[in-house]
Design a protein around this ligand. Structure first.
Ligand code: SF4
Length: 120
């Protein structure tokens, strides 16, 4: 079982008013931060605040139809965690999620106004 509590950290189920299936991009580095598939509008904002953590896949067709960002590295240090939280804050398509259990990370996300990105 992964740290997130889900058997596969790249696929999770969120239960709420309705059930919706969230699937993360396969390019996300294994770990609690991830970017959900198929919501990209190519803002590229998270890269600008955390270029060491966030990568960008450019659709080779040139149309951007399959372009998207992803966590190329999971944050390890306090500084990297701060940048990961900034990346979550900066994402413009509600596609960033934290599926971990670290109370310090959750506190930082809440302080940044990103509580809704925490998977419980
Ligand atoms: S934050 Fe969302 S819209 Fe912006 S580049 Fe990443 S996946 Fe695309």
């Amino acid at each position: 079982m992964a740290e997130s509590g889900f058997a596969d950290p790249r696929v999770c189920i969120i239960w709420g008013m309705s059930t919706r299936r969230l699937e993360a991009y396969s390019e996300n580095a294994p770990g609690p931060f991830h970017v959900q598939k198929d919501l990209c509008i190519v803002c590229r904002a998270p890269e600008s605040v955390a270029p060491d953590l966030i990568g960008f896949h450019r659709d080779p067709s040139g149309t951007d139809a399959e372009s998207h960002c992803y966590f190329k590295k999971q944050p390890q240090t306090p500084e990297e965690i701060d940048r990961a939280v900034k990346a979550v804050w900066a994402n413009c398509c509600s596609c960033y999620w934290y599926a971990g259990s670290d109370p310090k990370v959750k506190k930082k996300l809440k302080e940044a106004g990103c509580e809704s990105t925490i998977e419980e």
